[in-house]
Design a binder for this molecule. Sequence first.
Ligand SMILES: *Cc1c(COP(=O)(O)O)cnc(C)c1O
Length: 436
Amino acid sequence: MNLENDRYRLSGGVDPLDLVEEFGCPLYVYDAAIMERQYKRIRDAFKVKRLKINYACKALTNINVLKFFNQLGAGLDTVSVQEVEMGLHAGFQPGEIIYTPNCVSIEEIEEATALGVRINIDNLSILEQFGQIHPDVPVCIRINPHIMAGGNSKISVGHIDSKFGISFHQMPLVQRIVESTGLKVEGLHMHTGSGILDADVFLRGAEILLNVAKDFDDLDYIDFGSGFKVPFKEGDIETDIEELGVKISERFNDFCEEYGKDVCLMFEPGKFLVSEAGYFLAKVNVIKQTTSTVFAGIDSGLNHLIRPMFYDAYHEITNISKPNGKKRFYTVVGYICETDTFGINRRISEINEGDVLCLHNAGAYCFSMASNYNSRFRPAEVLVYEGKGYLIRERENMEDLMRNQIEIDLGSKGEPTSKGSEDKKVLIDQLLKGTS
Ligand SMILES: *Cc1c(COP(=O)(O)O)cnc(C)c1O
């Protein structure tokens, strides 16, 4: 989002306040041009014979976002059979989808296998079961290289006691299962977690994986996962993708030469591709001053964007209604009935009630983690594509909240008796029909 003549603009000159006008608030807005920029950056950073960038779609699963990445030539990284089905619906070929679940049932893995996608196995028990049932279906194996990375224990998944992957110390066991079942291993994979700070951590993991790879004869691809870091505020360290590209490409090309085959290099970024493309827009309901703090209470909460509360994530907040006002300090909070603070003591352009605030970096793990807590509707989503904003998900309504709930007969105590409750029933019926 750029500031031009006192107004913020998205790609193609789209004014975010016009989108709020048209689609209401709170609103998620995604800028397709930024997704494309990020995709091309990572694609162009690696100079190898075969490269595939698989979009880790748990970051943002709107079907249009999936279709957009499909159009760009990406593959898809999925973590549930439902994500697999969405990927197929979006037009990805089964061979372009890799399924990387953790602690799911063998039945779910069977479902994904039946859909023809690539199966990435991350524990010995499943590897053994799978090998016995499907010795003919090639698999990928998720290796844990025990590289500690990432800024938060919830998203750091490569350390020694992590539940993810098969320890590279257990490779003899893997080899024994492969030999006894006749399983074909077509890929090796690692994903050390979100928020890798420097190229060297990545290279350490890569070195371990390439070392393991030498012992497998039929590899078609090696997947280095993700964890690419993007800036959330000015001065933030970002993964230097270009530097990483140079270093990894050189190492990988050497490996292919030794291995005697052009193995495909894969990555599976989520955050890197969509974080910066997303904006969350919410109106200020109240300004509330206490003895020491000025609160700006917005028309949203941890139900819509939980990362600040869940991960202590920092999301830049700007007042897009008044870009150039005098800067003052605000603590921006939500309306949920527990502490849901989006940002403490932020310098923001002077806020009045009714102004629209923008939370930046709201593309990854924001809408996809949204819930109906406090019986609130989840927001609408808009995709800005070639100079126009398209509604890609409707705002929820009362019907969505009631869907799947089954009202049982609780006897006379549950029946409306007085006139008052009859009126209430009529009102609820009207709300459900959307005619209030
Ligand atoms: C979540 C996840 C990713 C994406 O991580 P980002 O930090 O969003 O890039 C990639 N691979 C796997 C297996 C994941 O679970």
